[in-house]
Design a protein around this ligand. Structure first.
Ligand code: DX5
Ligand code: ZN
Length: 216
């Protein structure tokens, strides 16, 4: 069964603690944190000082998605939070290999993330360095956008690359994942579904999570 990573970007920020408690109770496997700097993407969200205040749960992973320019300049403040996973955009840094190693050496699972227009060939030589690849199926910056269809072929091709190299790398899909798109994504090879609006804009989080895990 796929894992579900609710993105708190679509949650009620004035009630963050309760919102996170509710998705955890509702069956979330990871909590997805969208960190945006207004430079790499045209939006600003939150950073380490807010993340420090979030509740922790046994067995629930914190999954940080860094949408910041030159993440190497700020990586230490994210490492200090002892998150479970940190995803770096391949487009955001020249020395992605070095940065992934820094994350691994700290004991955090390194992940690499690709914009919709970025080719899989950009990660061919670093696939063995990561625990997860995040395929963006919207242009990063905002929640609630609609899924870009070419993502499906990209997920299939990535799955093939992973099998060919006999690697143990999870595929996370981010953007426009909902009850209508989830089955095709799972069939293509998705292991983890990020879902913001599909969960937090619904009136029953547990039901929304179940609809993603077991679509009709
Ligand atoms: C977009 C973020 C996504 C976003 C997904 O830049 O990376 O994680 O929150 O939101 P939905 O699920 O509403 O497309
Ligand atoms: Zn994200």
């Amino acid at each position: 069964m796929i894992k579900i990573a609710p993105s708190i970007l679509a949650s009620d920020f004035s009630n963050l603690n309760t919102e996170i408690n509710q998705v955890v109770k509702g069956g979330a496997d990871l909590i997805h944190l969208d960190i945006m700097d207004g430079v790499f993407v045209p939006n600003i969200t939150f950073g380490p000082e807010v993340i420090k205040c979030l509740p922790k749960f046994e067995g629930i992973e914190y999954d940080a998605h860094l949408m910041i320019a030159q993440p190497e300049n700020n990586i230490q403040s994210f490492l200090d939070l002892n998150l479970d996973r940190i995803a770096i955009h391949v487009e955001s840094t020249i020395h992605i290999h070095r940065l992934l190693r820094v994350i691994r050496d700290h004991g955090t699972k390194p992940a690499v993330c690709l914009n919709p227009s970025t080719s899989l060939t950009t990660i061919e030589w670093i696939l063995e360095e990561v625990d997860m690849v995040v395929i963006m199926t919207v242009n990063p910056g905002f929640g609630g956008q609609s899924f870009i269809e070419s993502g499906l072929r990209k997920i299939e091709a990535l799955k093939e690359m992973i099998i060919k190299q006999s690697l143990n790398v999870e595929i996370e899909v981010d953007g426009g994942v909902n009850a209508a798109t989830v089955s095709r994504l799972t069939n293509a090879g998705m292991d983890i579904a990020v879902a913001g609006s599909a969960i937090f804009k619904s009136n029953d989080y547990a039901k929304a999570i179940l609809a993603l895990k077991q679509p009709e």
